[in-house]
Structure formats: C-alpha cells, structure tokens
Design a protein around this ligand. Sequence first.
Ligand code: ARG
Length: 573
Amino acid sequence: MHYKDELAEVLARETGMEKNIFSDLLEIPPQADMGDLALPCFRLAKELKKAPNQIAVELKGKIAGKLTWLRRAEVVGGYLNIYVEPAQYAETILQKSFAQGATPGFGTEGLEKTVLVEYSSPNIAKPFHVGHAFSTLVGEAIANLYEYRGYCVKRLNHLGDYGTQFGKLIAAWRHWGSEEALADDPITELNRVYVKFYRELEDKPELEDEGRLYFKRLEEKAPEEYELWKLFRDLSLKAFDKIYNRLNIKFDSMLGESFYSDKIPAVVDRLREKGLLVESEGAQVVNLDDYGLNPCLILKSDGATIYASRDIAAVYYRDETWDFYRNIYVVGAPQKNHFQQVFAVLKEADFPKADQCIHVAFGTVRFADGIFSTRQGNVILLNDLLAESVAKTKAIIQNNNPEMPEAEVEKIAESVGVGAVRYTFLRNGRERDIVFSWDDMLDFEGDSAPYLQYTYARCSSIMRLAAANGVWPLDPTKINHEHLAGEEEQSIIKLMDAFEDSVLEALDTHEPSIMLRNISQLARAFNRFYNSRSILHAEDKEVMKARLILTESTRTYLKAGLKIAGIDALERM
Ligand code: ARG
C-alpha cells in the first residue's frame, strides 16, 4: 500500500516510537469497508499500558491534519481504520505506473548481483515428462522475477547426461537398437531399449557387468563409447531444443553433469584436506550427523563418481565463473534430501556461500484417470500435453469465432493452449501437487490463462477503438481523477498498487503464484468495472478519458504480469 510508509513515519514521529513497530503492525483489511489500511493496537497495549481502543483513539487524534491523502480515520474496537482520499489515490498510483512505462513495479535492487537459476535439467535419452515441465515453467518465471528487479540472471540447464545408466544404455543400444528408429524419434527409441534392458536383466544378470564396463570405458573416453554417448546427447538436445523454442526459453548454459566429471578429483582433494572424507564400506563419504542427515556419498567403492559429487563440483565451478549472489535449484521435492546433503557438505568444507544455495522444490503432477492417454507407459510427455491443450483450444476458438481465418486461429490457439498449460503449473503454491483438469485449464471464465489473456485482449480492443475514434492517445496527467473514485475503479487501483509487493513477495518466496494472484484479481476487478460502466460511451468526455486511462493501465499491468509468467499477451482473441 503506497501510503503505508508515510503513515508509519507520521505515527512514529507523533508518538516518538520506532517506525518499524508501525510498519509491522499496519495491515490491509480484508474488506474495503473496513478501510484501506488498518492499525491493530492490541500488541501496543502492554507497552503503553493502555487499552487497545484507547490507544486507537489517541493515535487518531495525533495524525489528524497531518496527512494530505487521509479522508478519514475511524476507531473500531482496538483498530484504527484509515480511509484514503480516492481521487488522490488514483492519481498517485496511475501517475506512478505511467512513469514506469511497460514495467510497472520493476526495481533495481538486484543490479550488480548475479543470480543463477538452474531449472529444467532433463535427462538425455529420456522423455521430457511433466515433472521437467514443472521445473522448466516455474524456473523460467522465477528467473523472470529476478530480472524484473534488476538482477543479472543466468539461466542454467544442468543436463542429466552422465552416470552409470549411460553404460547400460550403450549396452542396450548395441543389443537392440535400430538406426532407423533412432533417426526417426531418438528419445522414444533410446527409452525403448533402456526399458528393455531392465526387463531382460532378470534373465540375463550378465547385462549388468556389460553396462558397468561400458560406463568405465565412457569415463576413460574410449572412442566408440564416447562417440555413441555423444550421438545420444546431441540427438536428445535437438529434441529438447524444439520444446524450449516452443516455450521461448533460452539458457545461458547447458553444461550437464558430464562436464563436472573431471572436476571431481579436485573436490575430493578439498574434502580430504579438510579432513571430511571418511571410508564407509569401501566408499568415501562425508558424515553429516550434525545436520541430522545421512552421510553424503562422494566416491563409490569402485572409484566411480556420483550425482552428489557432480553437484558439489558444479557449485565451485559456478561460483568461480559467475561469482553468484544466489544459486537456485528448481528441482522436485523428492530431491530435498539430496540438496540438503550437498549444501551441508559445502558448509562443512567452509564454502562461504553455502547459505546462498537454495533448493526451490515443487510437487507432483497428477491426472485424473483416463483424462490423458500416454504413449510411453505412464509417463506423460510435455509435448503431448501441449499438443492436446492447443488442439482443444483451437476447437473452442473455432466454435466462438466461426469466421476467423485459419492462420489466425492457429496462432491464437498456440499462445492460449501453451499459456493454459503454463498457468496451470504456476497458479498454485509450487509445493502443492497439481491435478490436471482440461475444464479448469481452458475455462475462459475461470482462474485460467485464457481468462487473463482474454481480459488483456479486451483492454486492447477498447484502446484500439478509442484510437480509431480519435480519443486516444491522451495525456494521463490531464484527467479528472474524481471520476475514478468509485468502488469499481478503486478496487482496480488497489490491485495495481499491490502489484509491486506481489512481485517482491513472489521473488522472496520463489512463489510466482503470488504475483499471478494479483493479476488474476486485477483481471476480475477490471471485468467487474467493464460490466458496470460504459467506457467509450461514457456519459461525458471527461469520464471517458479517465476510464480509458484506467483501461490502458490495466492493460500494462496484465501484460507485465503475463510476461513474467511467460504467457503471451494477445492483442486480439
Ligand atoms: N536431471 C535430474 C532429474 O531429472 C534433475 C537435476 C537437478 N539438478 C541438480 N543440480 N541436481 O531428476
């Protein structure tokens, strides 16, 4: 709330108390009729040795005449409720937002700070499933949030391109692989032989040794195994690139686990020097009893490196390369323990930024029975999900606009279909599991991307008409803000005012949903306004102008919020 700081300041000055006390106490009431700001005085009672109600009355007296924007203050029980001057409020918020152009609520506290956001990180030769989609979409939104506040963001994709499973994959490929199928659809073919490997293993345990041998040869960079692995990697990357292009996501680094393989000895030396490595059943581990964690395995008994060691090596490499302020991992909740171990080992090794490494976890994705047919066992592929969403959207759009040209339908369906999937992954707290429902995702009236996109297109269409009528553009400073003092208008203004805080809170908690809730409420508030007021046919020209300014500003906020979420804002729909 724009005036909160000033109010806390005045309260502090008038009482001689700390400003922080008031900043912490001041809250936004759940209902507009309870004020625009409220100060609960209960927690002050003890210190001031007075009843909360009496404190509220006294404070009301102290601020009287001290705030230009104050319409009235009211004492209700132990609360001091503050009502702002609505026209002045509208003017302040709109001026501020117009001054910030296309990025209302942006900030610069991140300048000079580099934040690494690691996300997506699929495994090569394996399907890009909805779990990776979760990481990809939440990660991109988090990266965008940091950028919005001025941070220098590096988008990292820690490809799963290494480990003993690649020895198994090579064995499987040599037994059962088809060149033709590989050329046709590499990931499906590689996944097929890999799955077959495990099925055959029951009768042919010798396959295990074969896999181990090939992985050893891969670690030694033996030409045949290395070339095969590289081929699998290149083909997988090509397939992943198609997905990233479709989602308009670009990584600054695609260094996978394999990159860190030759950096493990240095990590082992470091840990040994610190006296942290102990032997356990032939393997080298770091004890983490003090953290209430199981020992972290660093080197296996056969000397092979593992997932955690590669992650530890990656942290050192990242810091040397980017000197990070934060190093964020957007990875599913099942890997919580893994990251706790990695960060704890770093701490034990006196790495000074261990606490700047953050695991941002997310839940699982579920589909109601029969809602989705899968091609690959019960793994749901992001590609299939997008395709189905776009197809369903297309049908809806065709149905709503029978005469829209095919090419336009296709374009809109792609943006809305993909946006609907994105929004579904982003709209709730990320650690909550998602249950997919096409009806909810594609509900143009619900809490969905299409609803937001539709509202944005509605605002755009109003502004196009205004321009065609010659009443737009107009100077935002030359309107009469008294026309924006009504309840409908004020609820829009309040949400615009709250947008910046929602961005900050979303960033602090790595919860893009918090920002999305703000623009989703803004869209609702705008539609209520739209349904109860005439904009272009307003009763007089001054009223129309004020409403146009409000519409244009709403449009800007919606676009900014959608952009952070990675969702296209369409001018027409
Ligand atoms: N490739 C892993 C998986 O699919 C995720 C990698 C997570 N990132 C990391 N630095 N360990 O499960």
